[in-house]
Design a protein around this ligand. Structure first.
Ligand SMILES: *[C@@H]1O[C@H](CO)[C@@H](O)[C@H](O)[C@H]1NC(C)=O
Ligand SMILES: *[C@@H]1O[C@H](CO)[C@@H](O)[C@H](O)[C@H]1NC(C)=O
Ligand SMILES: *[C@@H]1O[C@H](CO)[C@@H](O)[C@H](O)[C@H]1NC(C)=O
Ligand SMILES: *[C@@H]1O[C@H](CO)[C@@H](O)[C@H](O)[C@H]1NC(C)=O
Ligand SMILES: *[C@@H]1O[C@H](CO)[C@@H](O)[C@H](O)[C@H]1NC(C)=O
Ligand SMILES: *[C@@H]1O[C@H](CO)[C@@H](O)[C@H](O)[C@H]1NC(C)=O
Ligand SMILES: *[C@@H]1O[C@H](CO)[C@@H](O)[C@H](O)[C@H]1NC(C)=O
Ligand SMILES: *[C@@H]1O[C@H](CO)[C@@H](O)[C@H](O)[C@H]1NC(C)=O
Ligand SMILES: *[C@@H]1O[C@H](CO)[C@@H](O)[C@H](O)[C@H]1NC(C)=O
Length: 334
């Protein structure tokens, strides 16, 4: 078992208090690093401390990602790679330089492995209070941001754009892979990756080619381009980012259900609440089995999608070894 996240948080807050006088603690400057080694800071926090980026402890290893740091359950909302297959052990560091973020193994002394690199010069980075990890260029322009590479979750202000997908994260049982695709045909579809079947869709095929799935601060989950074409929820209490007691997230889970959660930030006795799930809205596959064309561009598109699913499956199999070494799904760390 890795170090307990709560003790890590306390340690890190203490460390932050020490450095706060000399520099802005939330500005990740060139040459900064985090490490899993003893007595080293293993993550960076957002200014409100609502989110953390770094080594998320899982069994005896770590997954590099972003998690909710002030909720009853520490929940991973992003991982450095889409399928959560990258793990590190207790001799790993993440270092930041002009070319981006790299993982370094201090014992093996292996070549630094890129986590997310850029081909323009980076100058600093920051984990924002909305959970977006952003790298800036020389004139403070955004050169990379985690919001552009969602894994299994979208956060408030984040969109799942056409051609992008979420991947469920239960890795230990490879028969349980699901993918939520925001298709170019306007339909949001959940696929069982193993079988290639649809398990849910938003029934918005043909409504536009630039439709994205969005979550806003009031908990509205919708599909839109310039106008909303489908509301999944009616929205409720407002998210307050500074005094923020409430935050929303929408996650594709290992059972193939996409759920919208309301998170209580800063109250560690209150659990998160599911306020919507994909089986309460949209269309279930059983009602629309004739729609199981993967994309509506005919056989060719279907074939491409089938090949993509096949390649994904092969990749999952190749990753299976390292995944099996983990005894838990990297879903939540209580
Ligand atoms: C972060 O630090 C860099 C380098 O010291 C500086 O150029 C940049 O303006 C800082 N950004 C913020 C938002 O503090
Ligand atoms: C870590 O810090 C604790 C207390 O400050 C100290 O006792 C311990 O020796 C340190 N461990 C290492 C490996 O530096
Ligand atoms: C920089 O990277 C982007 C995306 O990774 C790529 O589209 C672009 O062509 C690259 N630019 C150069 C100059 O290599
Ligand atoms: C994987 O999941 C399936 C369906 O949920 C279950 O029947 C099977 O026993 C699981 N396999 C393992 C190795 O857990
Ligand atoms: C698609 O929508 C995004 C914003 O949602 C916009 O930035 C982009 O320009 C649009 N693309 C096209 C081709 O209309
Ligand atoms: C979605 O909800 C908003 C209010 O939050 C409303 O203005 C809009 O008309 C609704 N759109 C659809 C397509 O239901
Ligand atoms: C935070 O919210 C609570 C109740 O919603 C309120 O009583 C309190 O004054 C707020 N604090 C700040 C700093 O806004
Ligand atoms: C935290 O949640 C519990 C249970 O809902 C509630 O009784 C308590 O007042 C909350 N504490 C704060 C500080 O909001
Ligand atoms: C989805 O939500 C509905 C209504 O809230 C509930 O009855 C159902 O059990 C939920 N389904 C799943 C799979 O969570």
């Amino acid at each position: 078992m890795g170090r307990h996240p709560v003790s890590q948080l306390i340690f890190s807050l203490a460390a932050l208090a020490l450095v706060a006088e000399s520099s802005s603690p939330f500005n990740i400057t060139l040459g900064s690093s985090i490490s899993t080694e003893p007595n080293q800071t293993s993550y960076w926090l957002s200014p409100s401390t609502n989110f953390a980026f770094g080594f998320f402890p899982m069994s005896s290893e770590y997954i590099i990602g972003i998690w909710l740091a002030r909720t009853k359950t520490r929940t991973l909302v992003w991982a450095a790679n889409h399928d959560h297959s990258l793990f590190s052990d207790s001799y790993s560091s993440v270092v930041f330089n002009h070319d981006g973020f790299f993982m370094v193994h201090s014992v093996q002394g292996k070549k630094a492995k890129p986590l997310f690199n850029v081909n323009v010069s980076a100058s600093y980075a920051m984990l924002h209070d909305n959970g977006n990890f952003v790298m800036y260029g020389l004139d403070s322009n955004v050169i990379w941001q985690s919001f552009d590479y969602p894994t299994d979750t979208i956060l408030v202000g984040q969109a799942l754009r056409p051609g992008h997908s979420l991947m469920s994260k239960c890795l230990k049982n490879s028969s349980n892979g699901y993918k939520l695709s925001m298709q170019q045909d306007g339909n949001a579809v959940i696929y069982d990756v193993n079988k290639g079947d649809q398990v849910w869709n938003s029934a918005t095929s043909g409504r536009g080619s630039n439709i994205s799935l969005n979550l806003d601060s009031n908990g509205h989950l919708n599909l839109r381009y310039s106008v909303i074409i489908k509301n999944f929820t009616n929205g409720e209490e407002r998210f307050k980012s500074t005094n923020g007691s409430i935050m929303y997230r929408s996650t594709l889970e290992s059972d193939g259900i996409f759920r919208l959660y309301k998170e209580r930030i800063g109250n560690e006795s209150e659990s998160s609440l599911v306020i919507w799930n994909s089986s309460t809205n949209g269309v279930k596959s059983s009602e629309h089995l004739s729609d199981v064309k993967l994309v509506e561009t005919g056989c060719f598109g279907g074939a491409i999608a089938a090949v993509a699913v096949f390649l994904y499956w092969i990749r999952r199999c190749c990753n299976a070894k390292s995944q099996e070494d983990n005894t838990e799904c990297p879903i939540q760390e209580v």
